[in-house]
Ligand binder design. Structure first.
Ligand code: CP
Length: 314
């Protein structure tokens, strides 16, 4: 099947075939990143605007790096010094960026649904770089790409996502991708942050850390997303850590070959101890590196490229 999407808004709407096409394209681009000359001409002459209206380190820089590796021109939007501070709406800002002849917008916004909204009013591709607590599709794609590099097929693999699921766009995107890829997903954390209704997405919900972690081949930690929580949903951070923080003892309950993941930013000593975050089983920085090739694939495909046409020069 040829790739036909112009926008990347959610992983909920992507088929398994489309997820695998992104991964296959990322494998090819990852090879180009190991060359002395890391650039390919795929998006030469295109201009990509990174419209980040919420803080970001990894996603913003990885999209910028990806666009540059594809030879596109990149403009980073400086929200603090933009006319959004004078009351300009997202719609007007985006339509002006389109009028300035941008070829693609990568949007991060605190409002769930804002990338879908822009995709309906603009004529250029819109890539969701995280919208509120809704989805973070490129993160879900790079996380599953990293898991596949370590485990091969994810069919039947036990993947545990631990922490603040309720407010996590990363969790939602991973749930959609992992269930389509056949993984057995368990969500675990306090009942206020991991409500039972998530089972409707085809995953298990647990509030018992030991049984959830038993024999898991992947554990993905999530931070407590204070910026999205309206009220305290657990007594204190130290109580959260004592009940659900990943430490050496709890990591021993995992499968001996299990990998430890985190989308970042990490709150060391809260959801994960430093010795585990920096330890041999951690693939946290591999996730960050894979974010470049996966985002190259996303930009290339949504700009009209086809997976079979990625032919890196060796
Ligand atoms: N994982 C992630 O979205 O990190 P940033 O907020 O730094 O982009």
């Amino acid at each position: 099947m040829p790739w036909h999407r112009r926008h990347l808004i959610t992983l909920e709407e992507l088929s398994l075939d489309e997820i695998e096409q992104v991964h296959a394209t990322a494998v090819a681009f990852k090879r180009t990143l190991k060359r002395t000359v890391k650039k390919v001409p795929a998006l030469r002459g295109k201009t990509i605007v990174n419209l980040f209206l919420e803080p970001s380190t990894r996603t913003r820089m990885a999209f910028e790096m990806a666009a540059k590796r594809l030879s596109a021109d990149v403009i980073g939007f400086d929200a603090a010094n933009s006319s959004t501070t004078k009351g300009e709406t997202l719609r007007d800002t985006a339509q002006n960026i389109q009028a300035l002849q941008a070829d693609m917008i990568v949007l991060r916004h605190s409002a769930a649904g804002s990338p879908l909204y822009l995709s309906r009013i603009l004529n250029i591709p819109v890539i969701n770089a995280g919208d509120g607590a809704h989805e973070h599709p490129s993160q879900g794609l790079l996380d599953t790409f990293t898991m596949k590099e370590h485990l091969g097929s994810l069919r039947g693999r036990k993947v545990v996502i631990l922490g603040d699921i309720l407010f996590s766009r990363v969790a939602r995107s991973n749930i959609h991708a992992l269930t389509k890829m056949g993984a057995n997903v368990t969500l675990v954390g306090p009942s206020t942050l991991v409500p039972h209704w998530f089972t409707h997405l085809g995953v298990k919900v647990s509030h018992d850390l030991k049984s959830a972690l038993a024999d898991a081949e992947v554990v993905m930690l999530l931070r407590i997303q204070h910026e999205r929580q309206a009220a305290g949903l657990f007594p204190s951070l130290s109580e959260y850590t004592s009940m659900f923080g990943l430490n050496k003892t709890r990591a021993s309950w995992l499968n001996p070959k299990a990998i430890i993941m985190h989308p970042g930013p990490i709150n060391r000593g809260v959801e994960i101890d430093s010795e585990l975050a920096d330890g041999a089983r951690s693939v946290i920085l591999e996730q960050v590196t894979n974010g470049i090739a996966v985002r190259m694939a996303v930009l290339y495909l949504c700009a009209g490229g086809q997976p079979e046409n990625v032919t890196p020069v060796e």
